[in-house]
Design a protein around this ligand. Sequence first.
Ligand code: 5RP
Length: 294
Amino acid sequence: MPDAEGTQDHHRYYFDIAPSNEPFPLRGLNALDWGMKNRLSNIFNPATGRTVMLAVDHGYFLEPTTGLERIDVTIVPLLRYADTLMCTRGILRTTIPPSFTRGVVLRASGGPSILQELSNEEIAVDIEDAVRLNVSAMAVQVYIGGEFETKSVHNMTRLVDAGNKYGIPVLGVTAVGKNMVRDAKYLRLATRICAELGATYIKTYFVDEGFETITASCPVPVVIAGGKKIPEHDALQMAYNAIQQGAAGVDMGRNIFQSEAPAAMIQAVRKVVHEDMKPEEAFEYYQELKYGSP
Ligand code: 5RP
């Protein structure tokens, strides 16, 4: 038992120091509970309010994509450079060392393979398993304009309800169906629907025309997917443009793990995201890491 006697003269109340009341750095999320904010802080670097998410969940509907055949060999060495890993529970349990203590964003929807209608997804993870895996968020695909649009929106709202119960954020992923035009008008619609219906943050695509209207009209943070592999300089330029136009980070897969030098690429992406490094400089940095300093 602590001794109640003799300590009373030593209290310090610091009357001259105002109580700290730091605002939460992520847009629209200040009213969330402590657990949600704590999990989000495992995704978004609290110093910058931005994130480099490494996406390796492609196998949830595709064959083992180039670069993901052996995640233990190609991806595990990159984990030290990622703010967050986005993956399925199968890969998490089989391949990711539990000593990885940064955020995990768990792929929580699925069902159809690439051979079928992709918008026909279901929720693919029980909330209790997400809690058991100690994940920082759950990701769900939302197919606005898709054949099973309402079903995919309903998947998201059910995950949001389950996540709210346990303090787990939900990442709404705007999936663009084969027949949809991937432009700012469409992505404003898709991101806004996800946010209005409760997604904690949204993943969408960068578009050259009007991307800033998507981030401006979405009341929660927006991150961009990397998309198909493009030359490293172009991918860094895209990440830079997105960040400068209001994105809170990237959720990048193929443009990192299919790069000729994945470790160099993810470090260059970090410079763009967290330090606003210009793409030319970031590309030089990539080359220095790839080939060694002159
Ligand atoms: C699949 C996804 C992927 O995580 C996403 O596409 C990111 O990977 P990439 O940068 O390779 O596009 O959500 O639906």
